[in-house]
Design a binder for this molecule. Structure first.
Ligand code: NAD
Length: 418
């Protein structure tokens, strides 16, 4: 076994950055990780859809120069490592990549390979659009009202959490320190001697770069509102500070372009509204008044819960795309939101929409909007024609149940018919 090294495709060129803007050649090199579990199934369907969309939009003038890089089971088998450094380097060098789901290894040094990739590349914003595509089964009566984008902070909070397990030496030392330094707070702990503790860091810089990315996204994409979601009524020093720092950043850096929603009586025409909502209320509102959300900026754990819950409103995990982005270095890794779905692995049954739509986000990120639009219209047309995978078919009894790859082909057929 040897450590990984990758040969870049001869027909491709690297994406570069000039003055903070991506410079995308006509044949950009795109590193991809196939992924574990259903990863190979959904990649086998997604890649031809993305290639077909680019071909149909631009003939042979443009093309995606795919470059496979390894992580997870395949990497372990071929190189002896779960996450070779060469894979991280490839995403950093070529700036835009895509990946399937990866199994979280049990008993290894990694808490999760996905988290390790995000951390190594400092991909601080997890961007998850939540929008209903007509025809997709939804538990809501008015799913067309759901159209929001969640910016979830990707490097702090529980992703950088420190835990002291009950009975450990670290816990004992932590308790001694807590009792002597903050005796009043320590006295509030009902069962201190058997309590485990978690510490979650939330920083000003981490908050500012996330909120900045969310506001810039809103301004660039014609969005009307950025809502800071936090539990600052209880966790004032961390989640409360997230909201305070977020408002201060908005006012300090975007002053003429944004306005707090509470101050619109002094005029807010054409400006992005900034407001905030407590996390539990956000869940209630997302169901009862989803149209009141547009762009959401939140911390790691809130964002984790919220984005999966919102996904359920628009078709579930099988159709949930995402991206992990560092808007400063312009490195972005697009990925399906779901995991490896072990019971479906290798059955050619899984829904590939999540990975196809992650690819669609990637095309839009490259500025290849014609191809991105084709992908989205292709999926909608296939669903409307009753051509769906099993997860949708369960909720659409009249529809045809297609395999993963047949669904991909159905999307291509629809795109070719436009
Ligand atoms: P999961 O997302 O794999 O599965 C949850 C449920 O959704 C299952 O019922 C599954 O069958 C279904 N599902 C998921 N994707 C689907 C698709 N494309 N089409 C149809 N149904 C689909 O979550 P899990 O079971 O908790 O995790 C399994 C593994 O994936 C674990 O090792 C976990 O750590 C890992 N994981 C990876 C990522 C990632 O790579 N980004 C994310 C979450 C979990």
């Amino acid at each position: 076994m040897s450590s990984a090294s990758y040969k870049s495709p001869a027909n491709g060129k690297a994406i570069t950055v000039n003055a903070g803007t991506l410079q995308v050649p006509y044949h950009p090199i795109i590193p991809f990780i196939e992924g574990d579990g259903i990863g190979p199934d959904i990649w086998a369907a997604a890649r031809p859809v993305l290639d077909a969309a680019v071909r149909l939009a631009y003939d042979d003038d443009r093309g995606l120069a795919w470059m496979e890089v390894l992580a997870g089971t395949k990497a372990k088998a071929q190189t002896g490592e779960l996450l070779p450094q060469a894979t991280i380097d490839a995403f950093g060098t070529y700036r835009v990549g895509i990946k399937g789901p990866l199994t979280t290894p049990i008993g290894s040094g990694f808490r999760s390979l996905n988290v390790a990739i995000r951390r190594a590349l400092d991909l601080f914003a997890c961007v998850r659009p939540v929008r209903w595509l007509p025809g997709v089964p939804s538990p809501l009566r008015r799913p067309e009202k759901v159209d929001m984008v969640v910016f979830r902070e990707n490097t702090e909070d529980i992703y950088a959490g420190i835990e002291f397990a009950e009975g450990s030496d670290a816990n004992a030392a932590f308790q001694t320190w807590l009792e002597s330094t903050l005796p009043t707070e320590f006295a509030k702990i009902r069962f201190p001697r058997t309590a485990a503790f978690s510490i979650k860091p939330i920083s000003r810089e981490g908050t500012e770069r996330l909120v900045r990315a969310a506001i810039n996204y809103a301004l660039t994409n014609g969005r009307k509102r950025v809502t800071l979601v936090h539990k600052g009524n209880i966790m004032k020093a961390t989640e409360g500070a997230f909201a305070r720092w977020g408002y201060a950043l908005a006012e300090g850096e975007f002053n003429s372009q944004v306005i707090p929603a509470s101050e619109t009586d002094r005029g807010g025409e054409g400006k992005v509204l900034i407001d905030d909502v407590i996390t539990d209320a956000a869940f209630e509102r997302a169901l009862t008044r989803p149209e009141s959300f547009d762009v959401i900026a939140t911390m790691n754990l809130n964002g984790d819960y919220l984005s999966d819950a919102l996904t359920a409103q628009v078709g579930g995990l099988g159709i949930a795309p995402g991206a992990n982005i560092n808007t400063d270095s312009q490195v972005a890794v697009f990925e399906s939101t779901h995991g490896t779905a072990p019971t479906l692995a290798g059955t050619n049954k899984a829904n590939p929409c999540s990975l196809i739509l992650s690819g669609q986000m990637m095309l839009a990120h490259l500025g290849w909007h014609e191809a991105a639009d084709l992908v989205e219209r292709g999926i909608m047309a296939a669903v409307k024609a009753g051509q769906v995978t099993f997860d949708f078919q369960r909720l659409m009894p009249e529809a045809n149940r297609l395999s993963t790859t047949d669904f991909g082909q159905a999307v291509i057929d629809q795109m070719e018919s436009f």
